[in-house]
Design a protein around this ligand. Structure first.
Ligand SMILES: Nc1ncnc2c1ncn2[C@@H]1O[C@H](COP(=O)(O)OP(=O)(O)OP(=O)(O)O)[C@@H](O)[C@H]1O
Ligand SMILES: NC(=O)c1ccc[n+]([C@@H]2O[C@H](COP(=O)(O)O)[C@@H](O)[C@H]2O)c1
Length: 168
């Protein structure tokens, strides 16, 4: 049984994440998705709650054909202890998929295998670019799976982002 771990903030979950996970599903028996910075929501870089992100990911992966677990993980002020914090919250896994240099360094020091998946259309497929499109009233829907569009509409996510971008 080989399990792979994929961590991100998923603000929001987008087609780049989906493409990466479809690739991971070909390589492992089970996938663990860590929803990072789970304590953050309602700010410009992190508009969605951990629960909302769980909903986006779970619905988007309904047909992936590989068992998966979605686990919120809060940040810890001590990087040196973060891998132990992560592994205390997740089922055991054999490999971590990430391109984040800090995450790579911390997992490498803990002797956990790392693989960096390719980037898909990074110019358009990034949480930052998609949040910007939402703020500017541009077409963002094509950058995320249809199930994520539904969740964001259901929670009125775009208007939340616009409201929290305002100043008093
Ligand atoms: N277009 C993409 N293709 C492949 N991997 C991606 C893509 N965008 C992000 N990733 C990777 O997905 C993981 C989780 O990323 P994250 O949730 O921070 O998304 P992001 O798009 O980088 O968001 P933000 O712009 O808000 O930082 C990271 O390892 C990141 O490198
Ligand atoms: N000390 C810590 O809490 C710590 C260290 C490294 C990464 N992380 C988290 O892991 C996630 C990494 O995701 P990204 O690759 O999307 O940045 C983020 O939520 C980040 O905050 C937390």
């Amino acid at each position: 049984m080989k399990r792979g771990f994929y961590i991100g903030r998923f603000q929001p979950y987008h087609n780049g994440h989906q493409a990466v996970l479809e690739g991971i599903a070909e390589e492992v028996d089970e996938i663990i998705i860590g929803v990072g910075s789970a304590q953050l929501s309602h700010d410009m870089q992190n508009p969605f709650t951990a629960g909302e992100r769980v909903l986006m990911i779970t619905r988007a992966l309904e047909e992936i054909g590989c068992p998966f677990y979605v686990i919120p993980i809060e940040d810890l002020r001590r990087n040196a202890l973060w891998v132990a914090h992560v592994t205390s919250m997740t089922p055991p896994f054999d490999i971590c998929y990430t391109s984040n240099p800090l995450v790579i360094q911390l997992f490498r020091e803990a002797s956990i295998s790392i693989k960096s998946p390719p980037m898909y259309l990074r110019e358009t497929l990034s949480g930052t670019a998609i949040r910007q499109k939402m703020l500017l009233g541009e077409e963002w829907e094509q950058c995320v799976p249809p199930a994520v569009v539904e969740v964001i509409l259901e929670i009125d996510g775009v208007s939340r982002l616009r409201t929290i971008s305002e100043t008093d």
